[in-house]
Design a protein around this ligand. Structure first.
Ligand code: NAD
Length: 485
């Protein structure tokens, strides 16, 4: 019998599901059991061509609609997503393995927030009037044209919406390629947009690995590429986009610092560290995986952290009581276990976890290392799994310098009751998305993105509009033209 997660076909182009079984089969594995639940096929060159030419053709008419009309469609799509939240969350859990307890509140709901927010903004994307005596300049905010979105595997619904919603609000069309690891959820986003009244072809989904992503990025008809992925992929995609002088948004990896001063509320700080390391089993780009704890509270912090981490409920992700799911794939599990091994070999002190959980699926116990030093591999490289490194520090000056000593700059957090210090420290940290006495909140109203190797551009908020549109300026002369000859 066909599994309920199996989509009708692999791709969604021009308002309908399309199959081409000549493409390489991509198995979809449910991470909690290791069972194959669906198969899709990578896009062939013919499918890529169909998606790009369809999107290109649909874009102009979409951009000519009023912002109010486009916004109404996006807001209707948000309503449909919310009505279907349960089914979409179950699918997200099949796609990623993340527990339903999380997907019910963080995925389709976050996608719906983006559709609603950018739907609301669509009607107010106006330009300026710049008076110049009798003459004047007016500006118009115009669509870029054909945008490509490429997703990572940790938030397949959210990423499709965080890219699709602002792109469409601005009058662009999009071809979206989900991660080959989680190909299912973006198809539902495309289906819902059509149901909400989006013209066929303005949001299309094609499947495939890096090769398909590469074909999309290098196509001369494409005006913009928005990627969520790792730094090495980001460098390749950025370079390929530069060849064609295309706009880019790069949402890449991180190794973010979370700094806890000794005056912090310990339980809140422990809660922040848990949210910033173990949500989605640690598969979150903005995670605060370098937890710097001031020496005075170190042992108290570690004791409370170990106690609360022991309350994680590993198990069937479809059971709403489960609070901690598996790694997305066997491969990702092995990568993370390799880092845990390195942590042990390089002399970090294991506080809890540290091994694969004794159950089906790709579960790793939530793991905390203490006495981690700046040069250890687990403190330098992005692990993308449930491995928290706790490092000690003495002074504010020292911790800021050490926190910034990384190629990454996605996020940063600080816990302290001293608000002057909190703002001063955040002001000195090299990161795009920061938190004071909190960690990993990502409301659609707030800009999200990194500095340094962690990325270029911002998603969400009004900032995202700037990255999916461009300004045309028009000089208007009222009098005669003076010329030298
Ligand atoms: P990845 O870089 O392996 O792949 C990302 C996407 O790029 C996939 O869809 C992949 O098929 C595609 N791709 C690979 N090579 C390509 C190429 N040459 N041209 C075009 N596309 C190509 O990343 P992943 O393993 O799927 O995701 C994990 C990474 O994503 C982590 O580093 C994580 O930090 C990052 N991430 C960042 C954010 C953010 O918003 N900053 C969010 C989630 C994940």
């Amino acid at each position: 019998m066909t599994h309920p997660a199996q989509p009708k076909a692999s791709h969604f182009i021009n308002g309908e599901y399309i199959e081409d079984t000549a493409g390489t089969p991509i198995p979809v594995i449910y991470a909690a059991t290791g069972e194959q639940i669906a198969t899709v096929h990578a896009a062939t060159p013919a499918i890529v061509e169909q998606a790009l030419s369809t999107a290109k053709a649909a874009q102009k008419a979409w951009a000519r609609m009023t912002g109010t009309e486009r916004g109404r469609i996006l807001r209707r799509a948000a309503d449909i997503m919310r009505e279907r939240n349960h089914d979409l969350s179950v699918l997200e859990t099949y796609d990623t393995g993340k527990p339903l307890q999380e997907t019910l509140v963080a995925d389709a709901t976050s996608g719906a927030d983006a559709l609603e927010y950018f739907g609301g903004l669509a009607a107010s994307l106006t330009g300026e009037h710049i008076p110049l005596g009798e003459d004047w300049v007016y500006t118009k905010r115009e669509a870029l044209g054909l945008c490509v979105g490429i997703g990572a595997w940790n938030y397949p619904t959210q990423i499709a919406c965080w890219k699709g919603a602002p792109a469409l609000a601005c009058g662009n069309a999009m071809v979206f390629k989900p991660s080959e690891t989680t190909p299912l959820c973006a198809l539902k986003v495309a289906e819902i947009l059509i149901e909400a009244g989006a013209p066929a072809g303005v949001f299309n989904v094609v499947q495939g690995m890096g090769e398909v992503g590469g074909a999309l990025v290098t196509d001369p008809r494409v005006d913009k590429v928005s990627l969520t992925g790792s730094v090495p992929t980001g460098k390749k995609v950025y370079a390929a986009a530069a060849e064609g002088m295309k706009h880019v948004t790069m949402e890449l990896g991180g190794k973010s610092p979370l700094i806890i001063f000794d005056d912090a509320d310990i339980d809140n700080a422990v809660g922040g560290a848990i949210n910033g390391n173990f949500y989605s089993s640690g598969q979150v780009c903005s995670n605060g995986t370098r937890v710097f704890v001031q020496k005075g509270i170190k042992e108290k912090f570690l004791a409370r952290l170990a106690e609360r981490t022991g309350n994680a409920i590993l198990g069937d992700p479809m059971d709403e009581a489960t609070s901690f799911g598996p790694m997305v794939t066997e491969n990702q599990m092995n990568i993370v276990l390799g880092y845990i091994q390195k942590g042990k070999e390089e002399g970090a002190r294991l506080i809890c976890g540290g091994k694969r959980a004794d159950m089906d699926g790709y579960f790793i116990e939530p793991t905390v290392f203490a006495d981690v030093t700046d040069d250890m591999t687990i403190a330098r490289e992005e692990i993308f799994g449930p491995v928290m490194s706790v490092l000690d520090f003495d002074t504010e000056e020292e911790v800021v310098a050490r926190a910034n000593d990384t190629e990454f700059g996605l996020s940063a957090g600080v816990f302290t009751k001293d608000f002057t210090r909190a703002h001063r420290v955040i002001g000195n940290l090299e990161a795009g998305s920061c938190f004071i006495n909190s960690y990993n909140d990502a409301p659609v109203e707030a800009p999200f993105g990194g500095v340094k190797a962690s990325g270029v551009g911002r998603e969400n908020s009004k900032e995202a509009i700037k990255h999916f549109s461009q300004v045309k300026s028009v000089y208007v002369r009222m009098g005669d033209v003076e010329a030298a000859f």
